[in-house]
Every structure is written in C-alpha cells, then in structure tokens.
Design a protein around this ligand. Structure first.
Ligand code: NAD
Length: 491
C-alpha cells in the first residue's frame, strides 16, 4: 500500500511492475460509521425480499461474475500478481459458492417445525434463522474474490447487508465486486465498500456492526477479537495455516508429488490452505523427494506463479529458509538465494528439525519441507504438532479417509489438494490458531444468522406444573411421567 496521508488516499500497485492500479480513499472512523448507518435500512429492505427475492438477485450476480470472469481475472492478475489462469480458477470456486448459497438458504435457514418432546407434547415448536442485520467483512489479499466472497455471499443469502473492507493491497478488486452487485441491486446500499488499512478495519469492528467476518493472519485476528470484545460483537475468524500433506506407503507417489507442488507453490505459496509441510513414510520417502525435486526444478516464477503480492513477506520466507539451513536442513531445490524480489523461487527443504520456524510458523511462500516418518501414525502425530489446524491432505490408496479424520484440522482432502474449498456443501474453517467459525455449506449460512426459537401452546397441558395454583397431584404426575419415560438406563 502506498499511502498519501495528506490527501487521505492510497494507491494499489501491480506487484510485478510497481505500476499504479488505482487510487482509493483512506476511510476514517466517521466514514465507516456513516457507511454502517446507511446499511441499516438496506439490511431491512434486503431481508424483506425473502429467500426467493434475494436468490434471484444473487443468481443475476452469479451470472455477471461468470460472464465477465475474463475481465475480473485480468484485474486480479494486475493488482495481486497471480497468473490470469489462476485467477480464473479462483473465480470458478467463488461462483460455485455464489450459486450454492442462495439455492440452499431457504432450506437451511427457513422456518421449520421441530418435535417438542413428551413432557410438553401440548406445544408446537419451530425454529428459524434470522439475519444479524449488518455484517462487516474484512478480507485479505491472497484470494481477493474467493476469500471475502465466502463471507459476503453467505451473509447476503442469509439476509444481511454487508460492509466490506478489502485488503489495502487489493481494493480495486473489492471495488469491482461491490460495483457489479450495485448494478443488480440499485435500490439500496446492501453491499458497500470501505477502503484503507488496519485502522479502517479497526473502525469497522467498533462501528456497531452486528457481526465481523474476518479473514487474514492470526495476529490480526487477535486484535479484531479484542476490539469486538468491547461491544460483544460476534466474530468469525478465518486465519492462517501450516497445512500438512501425508504420503502413505501405498500412495501414488508421482500424483502426490504433483499435488504437493501445486498445493505448496501455486499462487507463489500465498494460500491459507496451501501445503507447507509434507510427511512421507520411509518406504516412499526417497521416491517422493526425487519426484518432487524434478517437478519443482521445472517451475518458472513469473509464468507458473506470480511475484509475492506483499513485498514484506519475502523477508519472512528468507528468514524461514535461512533458519532451516542454519539448523541442519538441506535445500534440494532453491536455498539461500531463493528470494529474488519481487519473486520467491521454489524451495524444497529436507532434514529440517521439527521445531524450526519453517515447520512451526506460516511461511506463505513457495517452500515445502519434506520429512521422513516411520509410518502414518508418526505422520499424523507430527502433522498435529502445530498450533494451526486449517486444512490437510493425505495420499493413500487405502485408509486415506481414516488418516484424514485423525488430523486436527477443519478440512482435509484425500488424493487431491485443496479440493474441499470448491464444494458448496462443505463447511470451511479452522481450529486453534487457524480460527473458528465456518464459511460455506449449511454451517456457513448459519454463521450469518441467529436462531430464533418459538413455542406455541396448542392446548392446555394435562399436567400443568408452571402455575402457582397447580393441582396438588400435578408434581406427582410429572414425577411419574419422568420415571416412566426417562427412568430406564440402557442395559
Ligand atoms: P492481515 O491480517 O495482515 O490483513 C487482513 C485484513 O485485516 C486486511 O484487510 C487488513 O487491512 C485488516 N486489518 C489489519 N489490521 C487490522 C486491525 N487492527 N483491525 C481490523 N482490521 C485489520 O492478513 P493478510 O496479509 O491480508 O492475509 C494473509 C493471511 O490471511 C495469511 O495468514 C493467510 O493464511 C490468511 N488467510 C486465511 C484464509 C482462511 O480462509 N482461513 C484465507 C485467506 C487468507
């Protein structure tokens, strides 16, 4: 972000060339407040459209994104640096969710009857999920469409208005999204944009929004949660990861190497659910390292992936690689000169101690560590030894899903990488330092709505105990019912 404080603006730039992409206002706390205030009436109007009315608008937006995907991919490329082809893959996943959320919102959130239970059989009971009102969405730069849309689309489908603060590195993409929505929903400011860096985001947390959906680093997530604690504003936190890929003895080693390479190095390794660590069992370790090494040496930064979007990340990558090498690790691809701004070159490290920072902290670069493990139990133990727990992958011909279930993470894929992210019906989110709450799927819709429970008395209870003038035998009758209905333990 290049900021011009005097005029209250900042520029976003092409990370490959340094060319300016756009100039945007640094929105102050007062600006953010008035934006949120405008969103209040819009939220009511949008909620009033109902599931079907909203679905029609969101479907039209979906069609716009699909039809204009080449134009948006070009902008993602210019502002974030990723190749246009990768931007198309990102858009395809986002559009899938834009299709899924409105198609399922009524089923997941709509009013439904539930059984009241034997003790209160005289009641009718129902539950529905009502929108929060105004949701603040704070996004990162690495997937400037897919990532914030995981919150925006589900929040909108649930009936909320949204105030979106994109990353200061990708405001033009944020502007494109908001403008394209406004063309379809011109009546009210249902989706609005505020731009700026951390201070603008902090102002959004304190603006009285009804929920904050944050995607970004774990360090920022803690600041967001602290700010939101002041007003008990609920938070959804989608943070960083240190995802592991496990290669079992019966795995297709070549397929595992191909997937590890893409999972680790696509988008220059700047993927929250990117593969950063590989644990390969002894029997296939040498073959795996040989296959991965050959494939990684063929990668061409600038063609296969773009520059580091955030120049400061290059220092983190350099520090992680240097530390690994100083502690006895070996680079079989890349090494001390891997970082050549604006690019980070592919790096594959072996024999790295498990307490090195390249194993314990998020590197967010095109680096992979490969560690030899005795068996899949050892692999799972090591995979689970970080504080993060976002995604994971397993390569195995048999028992892969069992291994995947034992990994402490919100998602896992077997014989592929990152694939769960494109499934509309699957929830997405982490555990531990990777955050909490879920986007996508049924859980992702419920994340943006509050449950509302209603009971209606259909007829007076035969044994009514909730009154002071109850019959003298009423409590005895309740005791009888309690014992006969619930008093038998399973044998
Ligand atoms: P970041 O934490 O630096 O910034 C994220 C957003 O928070 C930006 O919009 C930023 O302006 C804003 N922000 C910064 N300080 C703030 C504050 N005090 N109050 C409110 N807002 C503030 O993260 P980043 O560098 O943009 O993104 C990379 C990180 O995001 C990586 O750690 C990556 O793993 C993570 N990520 C996670 C997911 C996921 O779904 N779990 C997806 C993509 C990226």
């Amino acid at each position: 972000m290049t900021s011009t404080v005097d005029s209250g603006t900042f520029d976003s730039v092409d990370p490959a060339s340094g060319t300016r992409v756009g100039t945007f206002p640094v929105h102050t706390a007062a600006d953010v407040q008035s934006t949120v205030d405008r969103a209040r009436a819009a939220a009511q109007w949008w909620d009033g459209l109902g599931f079907a009315g909203r679905a029609t608008r969101l479907r039209t937006w979906q069609a716009t994104l699909a039809k204009r995907s080449a134009e948006l991919a070009e902008l993602i490329h210019r502002e974030g640096g990723k190749p246009v082809d990768d931007a198309i893959i990102e858009l395809a996943s986002a559009v899938e969710h834009l299709h899924w959320a409105p198609a399922n919102a009524a089923r997941v959130l709509g009013r439904r009857k539930v059984r009241p239970g034997a003790l209160v059989a005289n009641l009718a009971a129902s539950v529905e999920y009502q929108p929060y009102g105004v949701v603040g969405v704070i996004g990162p730069w690495n997937y400037p469409v897919f990532t914030p849309m995981g919150s925006i689309v589900y929040a909108l489908a649930a009936g909320n208005a949204v105030v979106f603060k994109p990353s200061e590195l990708t405001p033009a993409v944020g502007r494109w999204l908001v403008d394209s929505f406004a063309a379809i929903v011109p009546e009210q400011p249902v989706l609005q944009l505020v731009t700026g860096a951390g201070e603008t985001g902090a102002a959004l947390c304190r603006s009285g929004v009804d929920k904050i959906a944050f995607t970004g680093s774990t360090a920022t997530a803690k600041r967001i949660m602290a700010a939101c604690a002041e007003t008990l504003t609920p938070v959804l936190l989608e943070c960083g990861g240190k995802d592991a890929l496990i290669v079992a003895a019966d795995a297709d080693v070549d397929a595992a190497a191909t997937a590890a390479l893409w999972g680790g190095m696509a988008n220059a390794g700047q993927t929250c659910i990117g593969i950063e660590r590989v644990y390969a069992v002894d029997a296939v370790y040498d073959d795996f390292v040989a296959a991965l090494t050959a494939k990684a040496r063929a990668l061409r930064p600038g063609t296969d992936y773009g520059p580091a979007t955030m120049p400061a990340q290059l220092d983190v990558i350099r520090r992680h690689v240097d530390d690994a090498l100083a502690r006895g690790g070996r680079a079989v691809v890349g090494g001390v000169d891997s970082v050549r701004p604006p690019y980070a070159f592919p790096t594959v490290l072996v024999d790295v101690p498990e307490d090195s920072v390249v194993v314990t902290e998020e590197t967010f670069g095109p680096t992979l560590t490969v560690t030899r493990v005795a068996d899949t139990d050892d692999a799972v133990r090591k995979a689970n030894a970080t504080g993060f727990g976002l995604g994971a992958a397993v390569f195995a011909k048999s028992g892969g899903e069992e291994i995947a279930r034992r990994i402490r993470s919100g998602m896992a894929s077997v014989n592929s990488v990152l694939s769960y992210a494109g499934v509309g019906a699957l929830p997405f989110g982490g555990v531990g330092d990777s955050g909490f709450g879920r986007i996508h799927g049924d859980d992702g819709l419920r994340e943006f709505a509050r449950s509302k429970a209603i009971t209606r008395q259909r007829f007076p209870a035969p044994i009514d105990v909730t009154r002071f003038d109850r019959r003298p035998w009423a409590i005895k009758g309740l005791g009888l019912l309690l014992r006969s209905r619930y008093g038998r333990a399973p044998r």
